[in-house]
Design a protein around this ligand. Structure first.
Ligand code: AMP
Ligand code: MG
Length: 428
C-alpha cells in the first residue's frame, strides 16, 4: 500500500490548509486499496454486492432465432417476388417452447407465436394485425410494404453471445443483473466480501437518545445519518456509539475499530484549534493528515490509515456539523469505500438546470448547496435552494432532493443562470 507521504510528495501544489476537493479525492483514491476476500453466493443474495470476477456468458441468449411478435414467419424472398400484395399458404403453427420442424417452401408461411423458434428457411415475421386471413385460416394476404426482410425476428445471441463478458468485475449488482445472470443459467457468482465499517461520534456535548438533554448538550444525530448512508452502501456496520473526550477512551475506541473494521468513520473533533484529544490519538496511531478542504460545508477533515496490533484500517475523520458530515461522506468517503469494496462506480450524473434565484458564492472553494429540483412551469426543470444553508441545519438535507454543486472557480450565480445539480435519488 502506498503511504500517504509518498502520494502527497508527488503533488507540486499541495496545501493542506486550502486543499481543493478534486486534489483531496485524488490523494484518497491513490491511498485506498480494495479488500481481497471473496465469497460465492446464490444470485438472489448477491443484490448490491460487488462482482469479484467477469461473468462470461456460457450460452447464446437467445439460444435460437425467434419471433418478436405473434404473426406469420416466411422467407423474405416472397417480398421481392410480389409487387403489391403477398399471398402465402399457412402450413402449420410454431408455439413458444417447441420447435417446428417443417421448413416452409416458397409461397408458404407458418403461424408463429412470440418467442417461438423461427422455422428453418424463414427470416421475417409479419405481425398478425397486418394480415388478412383467408381460406378458413389456410392462407394469408398482406401488403408487400407492411414489413421489410428480417423484421420482427430476434437473432440468436443478440442479447449476449456465448463467450462474451456479460458483466464485469467491480460491478455492483443491480436488479437487471440478477435477471441477466438468470437468463444465462448462472446460479452462483463470486463477490467481494462485505466491507466492515466502524463509526463513532466524539464530543463531550453529545447525548444519546433516551438520555436527558443537559444544558449546552445536543443529541448525537451524526451516527444516525451515517448509519443510513452506510446501509445504502451495503457494508457491515459496527456502531460504536459516542466516545467521550478522554485520551484513554478514544485510544481504546480507535484500536478496537482498527482491529475489527476495514474503515473507520468518526465525526467531530477535527477542527483547527479543537481542544479535544481526537486529533492527537489519530496521529499517534498512524499515518493521518489533517486537512482544511476548500469547500462548504465541511472544511476540516482527517484522512489516513491507522494500525493496532498488526491490523490496519482506513480512517475518515469527518467534521462534527451534521450537514458537513453528509457532504463530506458523499463527496469523499462514498467513492473511497466503493474503491475499498472493489467496486467500479461511474461518477454520479449531473444535470444542468436553471436556478430560480441568485446564489451567493465566492470563488476558491466548492460549495454543495442543498437544492430542490422541480419541474418548471414553462417546461424543463429548475432548482431553488432549501433556504437556510448553515452546516448545522440538517433540515436542509432532509428537505432537499439534490446538491447544487458550485465549482471551485464559480462566482455568484444570478437568477436564471444554469447550475450543476446532483440528484440524491436514482430510480434503481
Ligand atoms: P466539531 O467539529 O467537533 O467542532 O463540531 C462542530 C459542531 O457539530 C458542534 O456544534 C457540535 O456540537 C456538532 N456536532 C458534533 N458531533 C455531533 C453529532 N454527533 N451529532 C450532532 N451534532 C454534532
Ligand atoms: Mg467538538
Amino acid at each position: 500500500m502506498p503511504s500517504l507521504q509518498s502520494v502527497i510528495s508527488c503533488l507540486s501544489d499541495y496545501d493542506p490548509s486550502a486543499l481543493p476537493v478534486a486534489q483531496a479525492n485524488a490523494i484518497i483514491g491513490n491511498v485506498v486499496e480494495p479488500v481481497r476476500g471473496t465469497e460465492q453466493l446464490a444470485i438472489r443474495a448477491a443484490l448490491d454486492r460487488v462482482l469479484a470476477e467477469d461473468v462470461i456468458s456460457p450460452i447464446d441468449v437467445p439460444a435460437h432465432d425467434n419471433s418478436a411478435m405473434d404473426g406469420y414467419a416466411f422467407a423474405s424472398a416472397a417480398l421481392a417476388s410480389q409487387a403489391t400484395d403477398v399471398v402465402l399458404e399457412v402450413i402449420g403453427t410454431a408455439y413458444a417452447g417447441n420447435t417446428y420442424d417443417v421448413a416452409p417452401a416458397a409461397g408458404q408461411a407458418v403461424r408463429i407465436m412470440t418467442g417461438a423458434v423461427m422455422p428453418a428457411s424463414c427470416d421475417t415475421v409479419v405481425p398478425q394485425e397486418f394480415v388478412e386471413v383467408q381460406a378458413g385460416g389456410n392462407q394469408i394476404r398482406f401488403a408487400a410494404n407492411a414489413v421489410r426482410a428480417g423484421d420482427n425476428r430476434r437473432l440468436r445471441g443478440e442479447d449476449l453471445a456465448r463467450g462474451q463478458a456479460a458483466l464485469s468485475a467491480g460491478r455492483i449488482l443491480q436488479p437487471a443483473d440478477l435477471g441477466l445472470l438468470a437468463s444465462l443459467g448462472v446460479a452462483e457468482i463470486k463477490v467481494r466480501r462485505r466491507l466492515r465499517v466502524a463509526f463513532f461520534s466524539t464530543g463531550d456535548e453529545l447525548r444519546s437518545i433516551g438520555d436527558p438533554l443537559d444544558p449546552g448538550c445536543v443529541y448525537d444525530s451524526n451516527r444516525y445519518t451515517l448509519h443510513g448512508m452506510l446501509r445504502r452502501l451495503n457494508v457491515e456496520l459496527i456502531d460504536m456509539g459516542v466516545v467521550r473526550d478522554d485520551p484513554a477512551a478514544l485510544e481504546a475506541a480507535f484500536r478496537s475499530a482498527c482491529e475489527n473494521a476495514d474503515a473507520i468513520i468518526t465525526s467531530g473533533g477535527v477542527s483547527v484549534g479543537e481542544a479535544d484529544y481526537t486529533k492527537q490519538i489519530m496521529a499517534k496511531l498512524g499515518d493521518v493528515t489533517f486537512w482544511k478542504i476548500a469547500m462548504r460545508p465541511g472544511r476540516p477533515m482527517a484522512f489516513g490509515r491507522i494500525a493496532s496490533n498488526g491490523r490496519e484500517a482506513m480512517l475518515f475523520g469527518l467534521p462534527g456539523n451534521p450537514v458537513a458530515v453528509m457532504v463530506t461522506f458523499y463527496h469523499f468517503v462514498r467513492a473511497a469505500l466503493h474503491r475499498q469494496m472493489g467496486a467500479n462506480v461511474p461518477p454520479l450524473p449531473m444535470m444542468r438546470v436553471r436556478s430560480v434565484a441568485a446564489i451567493r458564492k465566492k470563488p476558491g472553494r466548492t460549495e454543495y448547496q442543498r437544492g430542490i429540483l422541480a419541474p418548471a412551469a414553462e417546461g424543463g426543470w429548475e432548482v431553488r435552494i432549501t433556504g437556510q444553508q448553515g452546516s448545522g441545519v440538517l433540515r436542509s438535507m432532509s428537505e432537499a432532493n439534490c446538491f447544487i454543486v458550485l465549482a471551485h472557480e464559480q462566482d455568484t450565480v444570478a437568477a436564471g443562470d444554469t447550475v450543476d445539480v446532483m440528484l440524491f435519488d436514482g430510480l434503481i
